[in-house]
Design a protein. Structure first.
Length: 236
């Protein structure tokens, strides 16, 4: 009860569409005594989890979000100049692009690095300010990954590493997640047709996924354009 941090929680990664195979998003509610950092979980208790168009299948048991399956036209607002980006944005890009560069099996051709999208960042920031650990149904045609933890428990790079660690639960040959596991956050990160990302973080004092036990918490939101995770398609 006196621990200063708890494990990060990952929503079922749901973007424009769901991965067609694999198990649903299993429940993994935070333990009463404040679980350690490092385990991924989800507070939505496996109820099909809002698809929010995050382009990341939560292992695929859900129904695609209507209207979100149309790839965007690439007309976003990229801002790839590192000299103009915040350290947060640079760290988010570095984390995503490191995962894309090391994807296995090795993509051919190599995955292009993501650039920063200020329009997606605005969507992420506005939604993060609402302090709700559930997917943004009004996000438009963006993919979405979310993570929650207690404040300062995770670095920016560690948030991306948490999503990327799902690679061990993704079977490329079968295009499926290990039964009972999530892999949609990872597949969104390495989705070939995704070109841009915009993210935000917010320290919250309401709607904690842990309830009154840990009332202050931190939410990270990343939105992706174009979104990924179309049914029946591999990420690359």
């Amino acid at each position: 009860m006196n621990r200063s941090f708890v494990r990060p929680l990952l929503t079922c990664g749901l973007l424009a569409a769901w991965l067609a195979t694999g198990a649903g998003c299993g429940s993994d509610d935070p333990a009463d005594d404040g679980p350690d950092t490092g385990d991924s979980g989800t507070p939505d208790s496996g109820s099909g989890t809002p698809d929010s168009g995050s382009g990341t299948p939560d292992s695929g048991s859900g129904t695609p979000d209507s209207g979100s399956g149309t790839p965007d036209s690439g007309s976003g607002t990229p801002d790839s100049g590192s000299d103009t980006l915040s350290q947060f944005a640079q760290d988010m890009l570095a984390g995503h692009n490191a995962t894309r560069a090391s994807a296995q099996p090795t993509p051919s051709p190599a995955l292009s690095p993501l650039t920063w999208d200020t329009a997606a960042e605005t969507v992420a920031r506005n939604y993060a300010a609402r302090c709700k650990f559930e997917h943004n149904a009004g996000r438009g045609n963006y993919g979405e990954n979310l993570t929650a933890a207690t404040p300062n428990a995770l670095t920016t790079r560690a948030v991306v590493q948490g999503w990327s660690s799902e690679a061990s639960d993704y079977n490329y040959a079968n295009n499926s997640c290990t039964s009972g596991k999530m892999c949609g956050h990872y597949t969104q990160v390495v989705w070939r047709d995704t070109k841009r990302v915009g993210c935000a973080t917010q320290v919250c004092t309401t709607n904690s996924p842990w309830g009154s036990q840990f009332p202050t918490w931190q939410l990270w939101v990343c939105n992706y354009a174009p979104p990924g995770n179309y049914v029946g398609e591999r990420p690359y």
